[in-house]
Design a protein around this ligand. Structure first.
Ligand code: ADP
Length: 646
């Protein structure tokens, strides 16, 4: 076994690899960009080396700098994770030329699977069923159109160098072929520097089922299948293992095909052979076709780990360090069912726009595996994939595992950025998915319901107001100070919506709220009780915001009462006390000329001093209070008038 390795990656996968290294007593070297200098993977590793700027081209894609870092720190091997340099055969060559071990397949194996057209040819020769289509060298548009006719519409145009769904176009009929070809080619040229395409029969109700394989360079075993049919724009959203409805016959056939594919290219390490299955036809041993092989550890590998009990990273390290395959095929079996959901900083309601932000709050529930590269306080930056975590559950049956997934998502608390959490949670309860009736079109068919932003009920709004008022913490009776009134009016905003909640204190930890037409009685002793019913809600605070974690995350902005007062004052010319308090000091006299922002007075309230400043340029017409006065919210303090012209 190695004594020290370098991990040429970031985020959750770098942390995931370090976890296993720690368990095995292997020391670790992290690499990082400037933007990641204090990232979780850097903190977890024994050593860290900076690579350069935030852009991947200046850091995580700099193979030469990574190899130099490994040599300098005395690492014996490099784990590439996924993405970045993981499937770059030139990098593998360079690693080996430097006398280091690449933890993954040979450059030759990666090249064999690197282009979809060559890979399909190779697989067909090895006896692996491939999707019917054209993958020849003749790229003439007229010729390709003729091949599409032969295959029969609809067809799918795919960039041979493609990945991540880029350079892919579905074509419904012959008259749309030329335009789609142009679009696919230009996208492919931009993304991959290679505009060659292949054409495939479009499978109408496709299911994406992939086989996890593991090779030692000669022999291979498989660790069964994963179903990744829940996709959005060809991106996986929730994955599971085993595949729902899978039969023993078909599993054996797919596993054998996966092993044949791996052995055909002398595969070493962890790999995934992706197949497409026609869901309309049901699962039949002859009803699956090879799409492509991913020559690396896959994002969704944890579901396989959950059902097999194998640590795939440990296997990677063992085999790369020269040990034999850790298990024979007959030693491997499936226990229970596992799901993985990908938690992203993205706005589902706004077309899944990637989001950024500082994670002011982040907590994962007990009982689920959360693979993450971020901690509370970390930033989701625009530089990298906005994945926050993968939430993984494992149960004895599919039904129990799915309930666990729903519960785990409901118990996940994240604030500071918009996320797809509500989308994932709705998906985990979607009827077809619950039945195991999955195909790659499922999400799109139900998109309107799944992507709608969750709307907080009046109970959640009331709790948010209590949070904004600071009534959710402290000792019993807190917040009800002698000077304070027994009621407060709290304004909250959610986007464009303004929410006003009136809260009255009925006793220690006992309140009544009024929101719109609704009114609730709320008690707090340990947990929350609303109208007599216990509710599993928790309240979190962020800068200028309050969050109610209650199955979903409901975030509210809390308008700065001083800003509100200033804005109101700006219109009326009267500066009011934004909250009840003690006037500590008054800095102006009638007749004084003040500029916008000038200090007028200090109000002490909620144990803090608040400066009240002039909302605009003007002249103080009247000072209505003196230092030492106790004032109510809304009390007029200073009246201003326009500065005389000239
Ligand atoms: P990429 O490498 O860009 O991810 P893949 O070849 O893996 O592309 O295909 C991505 C997804 O596109 C698949 O998971 C499947 O949902 C869909 N897909 C691929 N080939 C076909 C096909 N022939 N018919 C229908 N859908 C397909």
């Amino acid at each position: 076994m190695f004594t020290k390795i370098l991990i040429a990656n970031r985020g959750e996968i770098a942390c995931r690899v370090i976890d296993t290294c720690r368990r095995l007593g292997v020391r670790t070297v992290a690499v990082h960009s400037d933007a990641d200098a204090r990232a979780r993977h850097v903190e977890m590793a024994d050593q860290a080396v900076g690579l350069g700027g935030a852009a991947p081209a200046d850091s995580y894609l700099r193979g030469d700098a990574i190899i130099a870092a490994a040599l300098k720190t005395g690492a014996q091997a490099i784990h590439p994770g996924y993405g970045f340099l993981s499937e770059n055969p030139d990098f593998v060559d360079a690693v080996e030329a430097a006398g280091l071990v690449f933890i993954g397949p040979s450059a030759k194996a990666i090249r064999a699977m690197g282009l979809k057209d060559a890979a399909k040819d190779l697989m067909a020769k090895a006896g692996v069923p491939v999707v019917p289509g054209y993958q020849g060298a003749d790229q003439d548009a007229v010729h390709l159109a003729r091949e599409a006719d032969k295959i029969g519409y609809p067809v799918l145009i795919k960039a041979v160098a493609g990945g991540g769904g880029k350079g892919m176009r579905k074509v419904e009929a012959a008259d749309g072929f030329a335009d789609a070809l142009d679009a696919a080619r230009s996208e492919a040229a931009k993304a991959f520097g290679n505009d060659h395409v292949l054409i495939e029969k479009w499978i109408t109700t496709p299911r994406h089922i992939e086989v996890q394989v593991f090779g030692d360079g000669t022999r291979a075993v498989h660790l069964f299948e994963r179903d990744c049919s829940l996709q959005r724009r060809h991106q996986k959203v929730i994955e599971e293992a085993p595949a729902p409805g899978m039969t023993e016959d078909m599993r054996a056939a797919m596993g054998a095909a996966g092993v044949r594919a791996a052995e055909a290219i002398g595969y070493a390490g962890a790999g995934t052979v992706e197949f497409i299955v026609d869901g309309a036809d049901g699962l039949r041993p002859d009803g699956f076709w090879f799409m492509e092989m991913n020559t690396r550890l896959q994002v969704e590998h944890p579901v396989t780990e959950a059902i097999t009990g194998v640590d795939l990273v440990e296997w990677q390290l063992r085999v790369a360090s020269g040990e034999a395959l850790p298990a024979r095929q007959e030693d491997l079996s499936i226990t229970g069912h596992a799901f993985e959901a990908r938690l992203y900083a993205e706005d589902a309601a706004a077309g899944f726009l990637p989001a950024t932000g500082t994670l002011t709050h982040l907590r994962f529930p007990e009982g689920a595996r959360a693979d993450t590269g971020v901690r509370p306080g970390d930033v989701i930056s625009p530089w990298y994939d906005p994945m926050i975590a993968k939430v993984i559950v494992h149960g004895p049956t599919r039904a129990t595992a799915l309930l666990q997934l729903e519960r785990a998502l409901a118990g996940t608390q994240v604030a500071g950025t918009v996320t797809n959490l509500s989308f994932l949670r709705k998906l985990s309860r979607q009827a077809d998915f619950v039945r195991g009736d999955v195909d790659t079109g499922l999400i799109d068919r139900d998109m309107v319901t799944l992507s709608a932003a969750p709307v907080p009920c009046t109970k959640a709004r009331s709790l948010a107001a209590l949070g904004a008022l600071g009534l959710n913490r402290g000792q019993t009776g807190e917040g009800v100070h002698l000077w304070a009134p027994l009621g407060w009016t709290q304004k909250l905003t959610r986007g464009d919506e303004e929410i006003t909640v009136r809260v009255e204190a009925l006793g220690p930890g006992h309140f009544r709220s009024y929101v719109g037409e609704a009114s609730h009685e709320i008690t707090r002793d340990g947990g929350w009780r609303v109208d007599g019913e216990p509710v599993p809600a928790e309240i979190g605070h962020g800068p200028g915001a309050v969050h109610v974690f209650w199955g979903n995350v409901y975030s509210f902005d809390v308008p700065d009462p001083l800003a509100v007062a200033a804005a109101g004052g700006a219109a009326s010319g009267v500066v009011e006390a934004p909250m009840p308090g003690l006037v500590k000091a008054v800095f102006v006299e009638a007749g004084a000329e003040v500029a916008a922002g000038a200090r007028l007075a200090i109000l002490e309230a909620m144990k803090m001093e608040h400066t009240l400043s002039a909302p605009r340029d003007g002249v103080v017409a009247e000072v209505l209070v003196a230092a030492g006065a106790q004032v109510e919210a809304g009390a007029a303090l200073v009246r201003m008038e326009e500065a005389a012209e000239g």
